[in-house]
Design a protein around this ligand. Structure first.
Ligand SMILES: NC(=O)c1ccc[n+]([C@@H]2O[C@H](COP(=O)([O-])OP(=O)(O)OC[C@H]3O[C@@H](n4cnc5c(N)ncnc54)[C@H](OP(=O)(O)O)[C@@H]3O)[C@@H](O)[C@H]2O)c1
Length: 264
């Protein structure tokens, strides 16, 4: 990626949903380093404000911290307020809700949270940002998905299903919005060293990447096709799981690897 290329293609403003830590914060830093102003959204105001102040001072851009629960019922209105008056050329939906447990071991409210943040959230996010991009004939959208959505993933059923939705949504939007001048990429990531992942994990899974590398790969893939999977190990695993193994073997492998994750 040439320095400044994100700003010239997708500036002047970007919105990162799920920005207070981990991969979301890495997206904010990378965008700001490239000269974009950023609206950074998450629930916790304190880490958001600290990140916004630090990144703005370091890169001389404006970073707005917006404390917002993406599961709230009036999300469309809240997003409209967050971006009012701004020319937003890039939107990144990074936030996700998940739990590690058999589906029936958790109350329906937990599943609802996964659906609200991972399914309803990106749909409203796209509706909030994409129409203005289409009207301008330029823009970009990054949706964060996961290898977990490529096959059944026991003990991660709701999350995996939500990520299958994300991948399909992103690929469809790639085709729908490309003729309108809007680049859409879905980042189908393997394990990333984020605070959220570290809570469930005792050691790195094979192919685990740092948030900065995933952010760079996702942004660098904008305009180069519908899907990116960062990391050679993760790309190889995708080929094996999707094209080589029978479906039931792929599900069994996911089940074994998820058996090592701590329930929340
Ligand atoms: N980590 C991995 O190994 C991995 C692997 C494959 C794919 N991914 C995908 O990569 C993305 C980021 O990974 P991550 O989950 O590990 O997280 P992360 O980037 O470390 O952080 C998630 C962010 O989302 C925010 N968030 C969560 N729920 C929210 C809500 N209801 N409203 C507003 N903000 C919310 C969190 O902030 P607050 O708590 O302050 O709200 C946090 O800033 C996700 O889409 C995930 O599915 C991750």
């Amino acid at each position: 990626m040439r320095p400044g290329s994100l700003r010239s293609s997708y500036g002047p403003w970007a919105v990162v949903a799920g920005a207070s830590e981990g991969l979301g914060a890495a997206f904010v830093r990378r965008l700001a380093a490239d000269g974009l102003n950023v609206v950074a959204i998450a629930r916790r105001e304190e880490p958001l404000r600290a990140l916004a102040a630090q990144v703005a001072a370091e890169h001389g851009v404006e970073v707005r911290a917006v404390a917002l629960d993406l599961a709230r019922s009036d999300l469309p209105e809240a997003l409209a307020v967050a971006v009012e008056g701004l020319e937003v050329g890039l939107g990144i939906y990074n936030a996700a809700a998940s739990f590690v447990a058999p589906l029936l071991a958790r109350p329906p409210a937990d599943v609802q949270q996964v659906v609200d943040v991972n399914v309803r959230g990106p749909l409203h996010f796209v509706h909030a940002l994409a129409p203005a991009m289409v009207a301008r004939g330029r823009g970009g959208l990054v949706l964060m998905s996961s290898l977990a959505g490529n096959q059944g993933s026991p003990r991660l059923a709701a999350y995996a299903a939500s990520k299958a939705f994300t991948t399909s949504l992103g690929e469809s939007l790639w085709a729908e919005l490309r003729p309108e001048g809007v680049d859409v990429v879905t980042c189908c990531a393997g394990a990333i060293r984020t605070p959220g992942y570290a809570k469930a994990l005792t050691k790195d899974a094979p192919g685990t990447l740092d948030p900065d590398d995933v952010a760079q790969a996702a942004l660098g893939a904008l305009g180069h096709g519908p899907l990116v999977t960062p990391g050679a190990t993760n790309r190889l695993a995708t080929v094996i799981m999707r094209r080589v193994l029978p479906r039931r073997a792929a599900i069994a492998i996911m089940g074994r690897s998820l058996a090592g994750l701590e329930p929340e």
